[in-house]
Design a binder for this molecule. Structure first.
Ligand code: NAP
Length: 289
């Protein structure tokens, strides 16, 4: 009798969780979980100085965490000082430095780079162009303001920062290998009707062009094209918490930022020195449909 009562109580206690799960599956159309195997190489980036634009949240923050685990001195940028402070508290490592810097402000580019150089106490070895903003307003409703805002960060800012950093590397002429990692999007490989996607075509094209142009200088440029990643940029999927289900994707799930970060670390490392001008699509098959 006691055993039966215990079973009934246990079942009654599990009802709220059961109801929550049913609601979650109903709301999102299905249920998927994800297990990530974190690749940890030791200190594969030891001695490197890595500058990550937009490192206070999402994919950039995940990349920063992994850079530090792999021994790199890392500077993250972003516009919000609060978000940078939160990132600093979360990572809590002397290898991390933060810099409030809006990459869309071209006249402030040299000053920003000088500050980053001071924080590193030396040269940048790896530039990760990750900062980005999104807006889904599409043709025929795009206004000039939307266009300009999107391009200022995602394309123009990225171009001029890369030019400033690589220009200095080209002038130095030494045997040191330097790297640029550009974060594009799977949207940079499919038809585009809105500025966000068009900027991501820019980034993939620039990666290819600079890959060829800079390889003779020992500067290796590659990129990553993420699919749907659960970050602030994808609020619906970020809010799903433990349910990463996504009907749009052949894998039936979105990815977590760590899955992009692992790929970024590989591309930054000397293990990827013969990959040039490629944008690696990491989208669970989304763009193949
Ligand atoms: N999440 C996705 O599904 C997805 C898919 C494909 C590609 N991507 C690309 O991946 C990159 C990272 O996206 P995410 O999902 O991690 O986005 P997120 O969570 O919104 O983070 C964006 C980061 O960029 C910073 N940022 C934005 N504008 C900036 C500017 N003008 N200057 C400096 N920093 C700036 C943000 O900080 P502040 O706001 O404080 O400046 C934040 O740190 C972006 O380039 C995005 O286009 C994302």
């Amino acid at each position: 009798m006691k055993a039966l009562t215990r079973k009934i109580v246990r079942f009654a206690k599990s009802i709220p969780l059961l109801l929550r799960s049913i609601k979650m599956v109903y709301r999102h159309g299905g249920y998927s979980t994800v297990h990530i195997a974190n690749v940890h190489c030791g200190e594969i980036l030891k001695g490197k100085n890595v500058l990550i634009t937009g490192g206070s949240r999402g994919i950039g923050l995940s990349i920063a965490k992994k850079c530090i685990q792999e021994g790199a001195q890392t500077v993250i940028t972003g516009r919000s000082t609060d978000a940078l402070e939160r990132a600093k508290g979360e990572i809590n490592s002397p290898l991390l430095k933060t810099l409030a810097w809006d990459v869309s402000q071209i006249p402030q580019m040299e000053a920003g780079l000088a500050k980053a150089g001071n924080l590193f106490g030396g040269d940048i070895d790896v530039l990760v162009n990750n900062a980005g903003i999104a807006n889904g307003v599409a043709f025929p409703d795009v206004t000039e303001n939307i266009w300009d805002e999107m391009y200022a960060t995602n394309s123009k800012g990225l171009f001029f920062l890369t030019q400033a950093v690589c220009g200095k590397w080209m002038a130095r002429k030494n045997d040191r290998i330097r790297k640029v990692i550009n974060i594009s999007s799977q949207g940079g490989f499919v038809g585009a009707t809105y500025p966000y996607r068009l900027t991501k075509w820019d980034v993939a094209g620039l990666t290819q062009g600079l890959g060829i142009r800079l390889a003779p200088y020992g500067i290796i440029v590659n990129g990553i094209a993420p699919g749907i990643i659960a970050t602030d940029m994808q609020p619906r999927f970020l809010q799903q918490n433990e349910n990463v289900y996504c009907a749009l994707n052949p894998l039936k799930r979105v990815a977590l930022p760590d899955e992009i970060a692992s790929l970024a670390i590989f591309l930054m490392s000397d293990a990827a020195n013969f990959i040039v001008g490629q944008t690696i699509v990491c989208d669970g098959g989304f763009s193949l449909k």
